[in-house]
Every structure is written in C-alpha cells, then in structure tokens.
Write a protein that binds this ligand. Sequence first.
Ligand code: SAH
Length: 263
Amino acid sequence: MEAKKGVNRKRRTPQNGESQTEKKRKHKEVDGKSKSSSSFLDKMRARLSGGHFRMINEKLYTCTGSEALSYFEEDPALFNVYHAGYQEQMSHWPQQPVNIIIKWLKDHSPSLIVADFGCGDGRLARNVKNKVFSFDLVSSDPSVIVCDMSNTPLEPSSIDVAVFCLSLMGTNFSNYLQEAHRVLKPCGWLLIAEVKSRFDPSTGGAEPNRFSKAICKLGFTLESKDFSNKMFILLYFKKKEKQNSKVKEIDWPELKPCLYKRR
Ligand code: SAH
C-alpha cells in the first residue's frame, strides 16, 4: 500500500493533484478547442473581408472614375481589401486574362510602349520587357502612377499598346477609352479583356457588337475578337491611321456591374 501511494504521489503534480496523463489529455482538449475556435475565427474573418470586397467592388462599378479616386484617397487601405478579394476570385478562374495579354506582348516587339489602364498590382509590367506605364487609383508599387485613368499624364500619340484588363469599371468607362485613343499613336493597339457576363444580352449584359461599334466610331478598327474563354472576352482594336475630323455622337451601351457571388 505504501509503495503504491508513493507511485501515485510521483505522478500527481503538487499543485492540483492531477496525473501527468490527465494533464496531457486536458491540454490536448484545450489545444483542440483553441484550434477549432481559431479556424472558426478565420472563417468569420474571411467571410467579413469577402463581404467587404464585394461592397467595394460594387462601389467601383457604380461610380465614376473620379469618385472612385476620392473613395480610395479617403481610405487607401480599402484598396488592399479589394485586391485581396479580387485575387481570391481570380484564383477560381481557369485562366487569367492578364496572362493572355502578357503572352500577346511577348509575341510582339518588346520595343512597343505600353499603357496598362487599371493595372492592379502591376503584374503586367513585371512580366514583360516593354516599357510599361501602369495606372491605378492607388499605388501598391512605386512604378504605379496614381490617377483616374480618364485623365493620365501621358502625351498625345505617345503609346503603342493600351491595355484594359478587367478595368472598365466606372460608369464613365467611355472616358477611359477616349483617353486611350488620345494617347495611342496612329495604328496603335487597344486590347480589352472584360468579364463575359457583362456582354451577355440574355442576362442584361451589353450587346458585344454594339460595344465594338461604339469603339470603332471613336476611331478604331476591330482586328480580332476571342469569346472562347468561359469567364472573359478579348477584343483587339487598332487606332485608325487617319482620324475622322468630326466624331459623331457615340451610342455607348451600358455595361452592367460584375458582382461576384459569395463563395
Ligand atoms: N488589370 C489588373 C487589375 C484588374 S482589377 C489585372 O488584370 O490583374 C481592376 C483595376 O482597375 C483595379 O485595380 C481598379 O482600382 C482599377 N481601376 C478602376 N477604375 C479606375 C480608374 N478610373 N482609374 C484607374 N484605375 C482604375
């Protein structure tokens, strides 16, 4: 009896009288609980930031470029929330349109000067040899020029390729295209990648031909189009060599916002 008592005394801790095994088991439970509660918190955080992303995204599709610029000027941190959500959405797309544009540039001369309108984190500039002017509402990288892209600091007729990759967000998107026309050299390229659902007339989207015609009226010719991708369309225009002296009234279609679903 004495010996047994001695053994038990050894196993128990002086403070609470618990055996080491009991203690270990309890630790495991506590660890298990804290793990599941932290994963619950992670889920809640993800849900909140997902909701925040969708709110900012909707804002950007329903205001003008200058309103969007003021919105981010007031709180630049919103830009990071937006881009974290944007990247999350993009990770579910089988192909990223920016990669197709990067490939297009790699298949052309690296001497072409590029303007990336709505560049996001500047991925395009990082992946090509060309000189790229990257524009966005907030600068996440020193190479990004902050501006509303309806009004860039570029000289007229100074650019060979103007890129809009999922960036025709503002309600005044036609001003962005006018700005691209201003800065492009004659015969310069205008490359547009946009969310496919915005061009699906059966769900309230714009008629793609009407959109292309409006751009042509601005002073471009449609060189090619690619609707083969499930998530986005690609349009390749060239600026006309000679401009019509009088641009008639252009009938721009409305482009509906691209609202991402909760996942
Ligand atoms: N082109 C990038 C990012 C697309 S997200 C890519 O394909 O990865 C769209 C970007 O356009 C956002 O970063 C948004 O801030 C920018 N944008 C929208 N309206 C803008 C405006 N008026 N002026 C400048 N950037 C704008």
